[in-house]
Structures are given as structure tokens and as C-alpha cells.
Design a binder for this molecule. Structure first.
Ligand code: TMP
Length: 202
């Protein structure tokens, strides 16, 4: 089973994924946890470009191509072999991040085209959070903000995720998690919302 976790910056994704991993493991899944951008060459190059200290210029087209390249190698070298070995792959961001983020300032169809060879996951878990909550988390937990973290950008992004999910309704299982719950209540919320969707493996 291939599960992608998505959300705007500041949605509480890291904590949620850690709890998801525990939840799935307790239900008998052998979890392979991973993320995009990856730790492979292109993923590392992307993190460098997006980082606070970067002074090298890059274009948005270049960035979109890098995300797509990183994804295809991620699939080939990591995701597909793990799935073939019977693992449940849990990725922090995937295809829908490119469709939502890169289409903020590039044509959606171009971004979708770049990613046409990236297979769909079985389930997308979308952490739904308000822009106010996201911004206050980002202010608390991060030292500097990345280019993607202004209010206007986060609002556009939230709207883009909704547009993308509309397009994919019926093609992929989209499950929403409440990103407004306190960090301490995330585990209980996951249990409540996902027990019916991920039954215990025997
Ligand atoms: P992270 O903060 O969730 O690790 O992700 C790094 C940033 O990269 C985040 O702001 C979202 C962005 N991103 C894209 O713009 N497109 C993509 O395809 C992916 C995977 C991430």
C-alpha cells in the first residue's frame, strides 16, 4: 500500500507522520517511511536551492523539473522496491505537492505533464489546516521562513490543493485529517479517523 501525506507548510505534517507510522505499525503494516524532496542527489540539490542560505539563482521551471526528476528516481529506487517487498510506503509529500505548489506560478497542465509518469498512490492523507494556524506554527518552530511561507502563498496553495483533489476524486482515495487538533491529540485523532480505513492486518 502506497500512502502519501500532504499539507501546506505548517500543517503539522512531521508530528502527524510520526504518529501515522506508529499507528500503521501497530496494525501490522511493515512501514517504509520516506519523503520528498528525497535524500538522493536531486532531492538534496532542491533543499539547497530552497534553503535560507542559498544565493544562487534558479527559475521556477527548473525547480518544477527538479521535483519531477527527484520523484521518478524516488519511485524507481525506493518506492517500487519497497512496495514489491510487501511494505506499506508512507511518504511525506508526493505528486500532489508539485501539482499544488508549482502550479501557483506555472501552468497546471505543464506541471501535470512533467509528472505524468509518477504513479498514483493508493491513499492521500491531507492535513487540513487554516493559514493562521500554519503561520503561527511556522513562526514558533522555524528559525527563518522559506520562500513558500508567506500568507498569500499559503492561501493560494490551500486553494490549489482543493482544486487538485477535485480533479482526482474517484481516482485516488483522499482522506482528510484535522490539522487544527493539538499535537498531543494527534494520535487519538488518527486512531478515530483511520481505524476504519486501515483495518488490522492478520
Ligand atoms: P517540506 O518542508 O515538507 O520538507 O518540503 C519542502 C518544501 O518543498 C515545501 O515548502 C514544499 C516544497 N515542495 C514543492 O514545492 N513541490 C514538491 O513537489 C515537493 C515534494 C515539495
Amino acid at each position: 500500500m502506497f500512502i502519501a501525506v500532504e499539507g501546506i507548510d505548517g500543517s503539522g505534517k512531521s508530528t502527524t507522520i510520526a504518529e501515522l507510522e506508529k499507528f500503521l505499525t501497530a496494525r501490522g503494516h511493515a512501514v517504509h517511511r520516506t519523503a520528498e524532496p528525497t535524500k538522493l542527489d536531486t532531492g538534496r540539490a532542491i533543499r539547497e536551492l530552497l534553503g535560507q542560505k542559498n544565493e544562487r539563482p534558479y527559475t521556477r521551471h527548473e525547480l518544477a523539473l527538479l521535483f519531477a526528476a527527484d520523484r521518478l528516481r524516488h519511485l524507481e529506487e525506493e518506492v517500487e522496491p519497497a512496495l514489491a517487498a510487501g511494505k506499506t510506503v508512507l511518504t511525506d509529500r508526493y505528486l500532489f505537492s508539485s501539482l499544488a505548489y508549482q502550479s501557483v506560478d506555472l501552468p497546471y497542465e505543464w506541471v501535470a505533464g512533467l509528472n505524468r509518469f509518477a504513479r498514483l498512490p493508493d491513499t492521500v492523507l491531507y492535513i487540513e489546516v487554516s493559514v493562521d494556524t500554519a503561520l503561527s506554527r511556522l513562526a514558533r518552530f522555524r528559525q527563518g521562513t522559506e520562500i513558500f511561507e508567506t500568507r498569500a502563498f499559503l492561501e493560494k496553495l490551500r486553494a490549489n490543493y482543493e482544486k487538485v483533489f477535485k480533479k482526482y476524486t474517484g481516482k485516488v482515495n483522499i482522506v482528510r485529517l484535522d490539522g487544527e487538533v493539538a499535537m498531543s491529540d494527534i494520535a487519538a485523532d488518527i486512531e478515530k479517523r483511520l481505524s476504519g480505513i486501515f483495518p488490522k492486518k492478520v
